[in-house]
Design a binder for this molecule. Structure first.
Ligand SMILES: [Zn+2]
Ligand SMILES: [Zn+2]
Length: 1010
């Protein structure tokens, strides 16, 4: 006996049951043991930041990773299953700041950097555990005791080696530039942190006069939305090729931007270059000695503002570049926290926002304000804390990108991207990438191993802990790990003999994640160290080993990685940068990437909007299999709408498959039949078809897995389930009632094989059903069974039945259009255009309840042709009328091209409109070459049979409602009004399992169990 299935699956309960069983029966361990020594499949996990519980969007990537790892394991591959956690940098720091209520770098320093670092580590440990639990619940199989943590000393050392290599190649430099800066976090940000981090903000919009020196009554008018930059103004830029005009009010504007003004004087921009003007804040000490002048700049826009741009090189990136070209003084007005330095009078110590009002008041007081308003625009904000960014001059450590750009493009050309157009996105990013800003002025991050010497000017870059120990002049005793503040207490000896200290900056977090193809695989490590990766801050959190170089050779590069699309400029980029630098090749061979998760109405999910669903909530309410189904079915290049509505729809769809399994179990249990590998008799044509159809499923799905295309997997599964349920089972019902073992065996093999191939997508459901259905000598878990082998298929049979199903579909459509119920038999069906279905007339007749099926041209069709006027009108001119009448009268000949010959003209298919209609007494439907026509006329006999079908349906519904078993026999009482159906009693008895049928004076049929 098979363990019976309930009417509906309880996904949540069955998943808990399977999770517990996987653990108890050590299924994952046994899978790994089984595959040890098999061909390798190298997957490299992009680290998830251990800073919060997972959101629903994290489940997307985790699902895809697990699906393909499971698939490869079923194929006998050996995998590493190492999960990674990202552990340091701004994410964690800002998380801890919020936890502690700290809101500035000063407050962190008062709190103590050592204690702050400890809190960061605790936070990572806490969330790593929570994330692990959530991933397990999702069904993700990973080697959870051997995760890599990017804050381990080993990981840090490997980055040091990379940085030393960059230094050896001359790529490392200290950039003195204007950079986007977060005043709250007190650090600059790099190019890849800025993309997509914008908000609609309202800012002041000021038009300001700059009086021209030596030309009384004339002033330049500039437009600015950042009034705080005006105290640092040193120049005004004009477009040298644009035309400018002096208004009657004495204001210089670009003519194009003030079209209604009357100009008393006109000049080209280049004629204004060199003019000097009074700066708006000349009285400030910081402005002392600055000569303000007009400079040329081709990029001055003529679509907004005044065509004259105020230039403050200390407060804008382009302004800073212009200062180099035109040798302008650079006034840097604000410090790390965005507050004005000394030398700025009343603005000193105030933030950029705080001075907006006073700047305006001062301009107004001195008659320099032309107009003041406000503007709403897209403005960059900090990706971490949402503070609006400002520009400031900073010295940042940079890695030059020019030399590595082409090798990276070459490496990317070897990568197989899915969907493929993302390859170009990566190329675009690489072509445009600037130098890599790797320094952050923060606390808990990768300590940059840079030791600049004031005495001799040399920069020493330390490449390993051993090297640090060798050169240290003290502080090693307290060096508990490679983090601040401990690392800062270890000075080294410069080659010149001077003692030098480390710069205080920490590194960009993408260095941490980018190095993992080296640090976790033991690149250039001479000897395997057990638990050798678990050091520094990672000590006690993981048991990960530091493998040796041979291991790296075995597993590098990754066969496959998968992360969301924004990782193109983040992890895919940083990994590629570091790998191409160290080995000259791409760290991954294939990438699957996907877009964003939205709520079910298509809005972005935000906690503050109340529409965010976190992973825990989704798993508890929806269940893992349904979530995984949803992600897998989705085309990854489109945003996904996630929510309870779509989940309910998937649960409903899954029911069809569940019902097929339940149907099999119920009927197999009737006779205690338990199929094995051998067919218990001779396969009938429909059985042969299902065997072939199942082979086709396996082949289709295998191909889709091989190309990392989950929507294709789901499509193949869907259409198979439809064929299984709506064709094989429905057409074989009678055989199941009669306990036909061959039919049961055929259905069983289809179910078992389909479970195998869908297992990676819905592992819980697959194992839950597998444990019931498996042959006695088959492995306990579907994941311990090997992937079904492909064999040759009978494609002819598959094509035939596919066409039969299409004909039946069209027949149903024709009946529906004519308003004839499927239970009403009809006389004749004609099929035109069938290529391979001609041997299946009986099945078609049975399915469509017709007495005869004929494969022949459909004569019941009337073809009406009209001229396509917009095309034919111009062509035929006054002949059109005659052609139209001929067409209407049916005086035309149809051509094979789809066109017609009429009145001596040959008209193409695009020149006419064709309408096919059934003649009186027929119903018609067509699709492409196939046309199906059915007679709709009824006679006595057809009406009688129609009543019999209705009756059978009614009685079977009564049986179900009465809770009868499938095998229970009944006594059926029918109304005397139906006495004319007595000729059909054998038929009725067979269909409703009636032992006896009697006609009595009853108004409705009655049944009684016998
Ligand atoms: Zn910030
Ligand atoms: Zn020195």
């Amino acid at each position: 006996m098979y363990e019976p299935l309930p009417q509906y699956p309880d996904h949540l309960a069955l998943e808990e049951e399977i999770l517990a069983w996987w653990d108890e029966a050590r299924i994952f361990d046994r899978l790994r043991e089984q595959n040890r020594g098999g061909p390798t499949f190298s997957f490299m996990d992009g680290p998830i930041t251990a800073n919060n519980p997972m959101g629903a969007h994290h489940c997307w990537g985790r699902t895809l990773k697990d699906v393909f790892q499971r698939y490869k394991a079923l194929g006998g591959h050996e995998l590493r299953y190492q999960n990674g956690f990202d552990c340091q940098g701004l994410w964690v720091e800002v998380g801890v700041e919020r936890e502690l209520g700290l809101n500035s770098k000063r407050e962190i320093e008062e709190y103590g950097i050592a204690e702050f670092a400890e809190r960061c580590k605790k936070r990572v440990a806490k969330y790593a555990e929570i994330i692990t639990d959530q991933c397990r619940r999702l069904g993700m199989w990973m080697d959870w005791d051997n995760d890599y943590y990017t804050f381990s000393d080993t990981n840090i050392e490997y980055i040091w080696r990379f940085l030393k290599e960059c230094h050896n190649r001359g790529w490392l430099y200290l950039g003195h530039r204007s950079v986007e800066w977060c005043p709250r976090c007190g650090t600059s940000l790099s190019q890849h942190e800025l993309i997509n981090s914008y908000a609609e903000l309202t800012h002041p919009s000021l038009y300001v006069r700059f009086p021209v020196k030596g030309r009384a009554g004339e002033a330049l008018v500039v437009w600015t939305t950042t009034p705080w930059t005006l105290p640092a103004n040193v120049a005004a830029a004009v477009n040298p090729d644009a035309e400018y005009g002096l208004t009657e009010g004495g204001q210089w504007w670009a003519v194009a931007l003030n079209p209604d003004a009357t100009f008393t004087k006109r000049a080209r921009g280049e004629d204004l270059v060199g003019l000097e003007y009074d700066g708006p804040f000349d009285y400030l000490p910081a402005q002392e000695g600055v000569v303000h002048r007009v400079i040329p700049w081709e990029d001055v826009a003529l679509d907004e503002g005044t065509g004259i741009v105020h230039i403050a090189p200390g407060a804008g990136a382009e302004d800073f570049e212009l200062s180099r070209v035109h040798d302008l003084p650079v006034l840097a007005p604000i410090d790390e926290s965005g507050r004005f330095y000394d030398g700025y009078g009343e603005f000193e110590g105030r933030s950029t926002q705080d001075v907006e009002g006073p700047v305006k008041v001062e301009l107004e007081r001195r008659g320099l304000l032309v107009e003041a308003g406000s503007i709403e625009h897209r403005y960059p904000i900090c990706w971490r804390c949402s503070t609006p960014l400002v520009f400031r001059i900073a010295d940042d450590w940079m890695i030059r990108a020019d030399e590595i750009r082409q090798p990276m493009l070459d490496a990317n050309a070897t990568v197989e991207w899915t969907p493929d157009f993302y390859a170009k996105r990566m190329d675009d990013w690489l072509r445009n990438m600037g130098d890599w800003n790797i320094s952050r002025r923060r606390y808990f991050g990768l300590p940059l191993p840079f030791y600049p010497c004031d005495s001799c000017g040399q920069l020493t870059v330390i490449g390993s802990l051993e090297e640090l120990r060798g050169r240290a002049t003290g502080g090693l005793d307290q060096l508990q790990e490679l983090h601040r503040p401990w690392i800062d207490e270890v000075p080294i000896r410069c080659d010149c003999g001077a003692e030098v200290r480390r710069v205080t900056e920490v590194g960009d977090a993408w260095l941490d994640a980018g190095i993992v193809p080296f640090s976790t695989l033991g690149w250039q490590n001479a000897e395997w160290k057990e638990h050798g990766y678990a050091n520094g801050a990672a000590g006690g959190l993981t048991g990960a080993d530091l493998p040796d170089h041979a291991y790296w050779e075995k597993w590098y590069p990754a066969d496959w990685v998968s992360e969301m699309r924004e990782q193109i400029r983040l992890w895919f980029y940083s990994q590629c940068f570091m790998s191409v630098t160290l080995t000259g090749k791409s760290p991954y061979k294939a990438v699957l990437t996907y877009e964003k998760l939205l709520d079910e109405n298509g809005r972005e999910m935000h906690r503050s909007w109340g529409n965010a669903i976190d992973a825990a909530e989704a798993l508890e309410n929806i269940g893992a299999d349904v979530i995984r189904f949803m992600f897998c079915e989705h085309v990854p290049s489109q945003n996904l709408k996630f929510g309870y509505g779509p989940a309910a729809e998937i649960r409903r769809r899954l029911l069809t498959y569940w019902n097929c399994v339940k149907f099999f179990i119920d009927y197999a249990n009737v006779d205690g039949f338990r199929p094995g590998p051998e067919v218990p008799g001779e396969l009938q044509p429909l059985d042969r078809w299902l065997v072939e159809r199942t082979e086709q499923l396996v082949a289709d799905i295998t191909e889709q897995y091989e190309s990392y295309w989950t929507p294709g997997i789901m499509r193949a599964f869907d259409s198979f389930v439809d064929d299984l349920s709506n064709w094989y089972i429905r057409r074989s019902r009678r055989r199941f009632w009669n306990s036909d073992k061959v039919a049961l065996w055929t259905l069983w093999q289809a179910l078992v094989r389909s479970l195998q191939v869908i297992g990676p997508i819905m592992p819980f459901l697959a194992d839950f059903l597998w444990r019931r259905l498996r042959a006695e000598d088959a492995p306990e878990s579907v994941f311990l069974e090997s992937w079904p082998e492909l064999r040759g298929r009978d494609d002819q049979l598959l094509r035939e039945v596919a066409e039969v199903r299409q004909i039946v579909e069209l027949g149903r459509q024709a009946r529906g259009d004519a308003g004839v119920k499927l239970r009403q038999p009809l006389r004749r069906l004609v099929v035109q255009g069938a290529a391979v279905a001609t041997g299946h007339g009986d099945e078609i007749a049975d399915e469509l309840r017709v007495e005869e099926v004929e494969f022949a041209p459909v004569e019941a069709m009337e073809v009406r042709v009209k001229p396509n006027l917009p095309v034919l009108g111009p062509k035929l001119g006054k002949e059109l009328g005659a052609v139209r009448s001929a067409l209407e009268a049916g005086e035309f000949e149809q051509l094979e091209s789809g066109g017609v010959r009429v009145n001596g003209y040959e008209l193409g298919a695009d020149e006419i409109l064709v309408e096919r209609r059934a003649r009186e007494g027929w119903a018609l439907a067509s699709d492409g070459f196939l046309t199906v026509a059915i007679t709709t006329e009824l006679d006595e006999e057809l009406r009688g049979k129609g009543r019999v079908y209705e009756l059978i349906h009614q009685v079977n519904t009564m049986r179900k409602d009465a809770g009868l078993e499938l095998t229970d026999r009944i006594r059926l009482t029918l109304s005397e009004a139906d006495a004319d159906l007595a000729q059909y009693t054998d038929w009725i008895a067979e269909e409703v399992l009636a032992a006896e049928i009697v006609f009595r004076d009853v108004s409705e049929p009655q049944i009684a169990k016998v």
